[in-house]
Write a protein that binds this ligand. Sequence first.
Ligand code: SF4
Length: 367
Amino acid sequence: VRDEQPPLSVATRRKSRQIMVGSVAVGGDAPVSVQSMTTTLTSDINATLQQIAELTASGCEIVRVAVPSADDAEALPIIARKSQIPVIADIHFQPKYVFAAIEAGCAAVRVNPGNIRKFDDQVGAIARAARDRGIPIRIGVNAGSLDPRLLEKHGGVTPEALVESALWECSLFEEHDFQDIKISVKHNDPVVMIEAYRQLAAQCDYALHLGVTEAGPTFQGTIKSSVAFGALLAEGIGDTIRVSLSAPPVEEVKVGNQILESLGLRPRGLDIVSCPSCGRAQVDVHTLAERVSAALEGFPVPLRVAVMGCVVNGPGEAREADLGVASGNGKGQIFVKGKVIKTVPESQIVETLLEEAARIAAEMGID
Ligand code: SF4
């Protein structure tokens, strides 16, 4: 639909060592992937698989499940086998669950060095088991569970402390010749998080999993994650992302995908170009934009659709759109590529846009 010009994108990606999380390549020249985490009890296999199916349908590429108990560990073989996307087991305190997850066929295991001091003397065995199965390990450092030794040394949760924790844990695996690793150094403050990832990116070539931990409810968490990921990805830092929201995980995936689309790191799907409205508006632009967005959600063709509040500037401002509407006098001027093709009553704007979108899809041979 859109002109096939090479997409403008952000800076050259940092060169990282590629790993495979199941079928999904992470790092190197692989596209930045979006992941999320289930909120169900992992031991509730049906509920967990149902949520994974919803996440998959919303564009999630890798899913993580929490494994805090033996019941959860026992559920892993079925979940790993039936999930449509690679499953990462998230393990904090119990080294035995790491082995269980590897045995269960999980695509990767996340461990938290701050919570796994008991793990350190088992790193050799974990490295061997993971290597035998070709399973990568994520070293997932969290501000909230940093080793007290590092807190004391650095005087708090600083970027340096987060990085030292991650690289220390990596060194333990490296001693066992294991480098099938990706790293995260999460903090709830984007400023600290950005600096930590910058330092980490400069000090190693491991693939990096970006996350702002405990980012908050949808509005605040979306902004924190967008700002932090945007800053880092624009510098070429970051190989996979997880948006953390106090909201259903499908929302995390939507936000993650939108961040990557906004940065030109993946093809744009539906792009609503709507004006902010002003004193010239002759329609409720906010409501109309929401209705058009909802009506075209999941449309099979990438479309840029303009929703403009007046005919004064509407078509001109949205010349780059595939189609759009400029409203005035209780009517909507429907335009394609900036040219008005018809005028319809306001009540028919949404259905007309849908018809035109379907026509464009049909011209491309897509139902
Ligand atoms: Fe105002 Fe019209 Fe521009 Fe919308 S398109 S912001 S209503 S001038």
